[in-house]
Design a protein around this ligand. Structure first.
Ligand SMILES: Nc1nc2c(ncn2[C@@H]2O[C@H](COP(=O)(O)OP(=O)(O)OP(=O)(O)O)[C@@H](O)[C@H]2O)c(=O)[nH]1
Length: 336
């Protein structure tokens, strides 16, 4: 490695100049590419499966490789690679070998949790190089942690409204099928759902804000347990939540929301007892402005509230039945 202090500081400056998570990850790979003579660099996202102990899902975030690096390492299944698994368990870098290369595997640690793993295959490796890459990775992880913190609602741990608003159009265009073989079709859609706890003001008034907050927290736990990992969960404000459910049919989305409604109704909240919620859903049509989609869901939710609460409604079904006036489609706004 021919790295001097100025090059390293330039790398740090470049990584820390980025303001969103994808750009920071790209900058880390760019800087490693500048600093190292590497053959393959792979960045993985690690999702720990809390229901199955010591099971981790690995998602490939990015890969860079040298054109001449024809290696079996490219075929590695990282979810079962011993070095990757040791790295996640020990929360410490691992040095080993793959094919003819050194394999350096480093954790991206945020609050002592492994958020990602960097796997680098390179011909030459020494202690100084390992320590340099480790510190660059630590700086990147610290920055990712700070950004992550700003995207999260502090009470519930769900994504916050600011994150929803900043990324709404990207979320809409980036939604991918839950199952790779599923493609958007006439029957399968993405859905935006607003969930709202019924009569929450009464809960606050009767039991106080601390119990009110506990209901919000437990409600978000029920959300985390009932919706799929691929569904995006947000706290939209007060007692309002948003879920983006991808690639399901109309009858499936109704089943999913009914199942959730029943999970809430059957939950015994400490002190407060039974709580109900209402849900308004709208089909995500990428040609619509995201705010129009939210407005449609809100209108369906309002219908539920006006008609007894503790129920689920879809905007377009209500509009077709002429139970509500359809929210205008504003196709003039070009966001996509
Ligand atoms: N405890 C607690 N209360 C909150 C929080 N954010 C908003 N609220 C309260 O949530 C209540 C929401 O009341 P409303 O908008 O009238 O809705 P609601 O009583 O749930 O009635 P419906 O939605 O019509 O069923 C208000 O009293 C807010 O003060 C919070 O973070 N914690």
């Amino acid at each position: 490695m021919t790295t001097n202090t100025i090059d390293l500081l330039k790398s740090v400056a470049n990584i820390t100049s980025k303001q969103n998570k994808p750009a920071i990850k790209t900058a880390l790979l760019d800087e490693l590419e500048n600093l190292l003579t590497f053959d393959v660099i792979t960045l993985l996202k690690v999702e720990s499966n809390s229901t199955k102990e010591h099971r981790h899902q690995m998602e490939l975030v990015a890969i860079r490789y040298n054109e001449s690096a024809i290696t079996d390492c490219l075929e590695t299944d990282f979810s079962s690679d011993p070095q990757v698994l040791n790295c996640v368990t020990d929360k410490h870098y691992q040095v080993g070998a793959c094919d003819k290369y050194n394999q350096l595997t480093l954790p991206l640690l945020v609050k002592n949790q492994v958020y990602g793993v960097l796997v680098i295959y390179l011909a030459k490796l020494d202690k100084t190089l390992i320590k340099t890459i480790e510190q660059l990775t630590n700086i990147t992880a610290n920055l990712l942690g700070t950004i992550h913190e700003s995207e999260i609602d502090t009470l519930t741990g769900l994504l916050n409204r600011k994150t929803l608003e900043h990324n709404l159009s990207d979320f809409f265009s980036d939604l991918k099928p839950r199952e790779p073989h599923l493609c958007p079709s006439e029957d399968v859609h993405n859905w935006l759902v607003i969930l709202d706890i019924d009569n929450f003001k009464l809960i606050n008034d009767k039991y106080g804000h601390t119990y009110g907050d506990e209901v919000l927290l437990l409600f978000s736990d029920i959300m985390k347990h009932n919706f799929r990992h691929s569904d995006m969960l947000f706290r939209y404000g007060g007692e309002e939540f948003i879920v983006v459910i991808s690639f399901v049919t109309e009858s499936q989305v109704i089943d999913i929301l009914e199942r959730f409604r029943l999970a809430v109704v059957s939950y015994l909240f400490p002190q407060v007892g039974r709580v109900t919620m209402s849900a308004g859903a709208s089909r995500i049509n990428p040609s619509l402005h995201p705010n129009t989609v939210i407005e449609q869901a809100d209108k369906a939710l309002y219908f539920c509230k006006e008609n007894g609460r503790n129920q689920v409604a879809l905007h377009h079904q209500l509009a077709v039945k002429k139970l509500i006036e359809a929210v205008d489609i504003d196709s003039d706004i070009e966001l996509f």
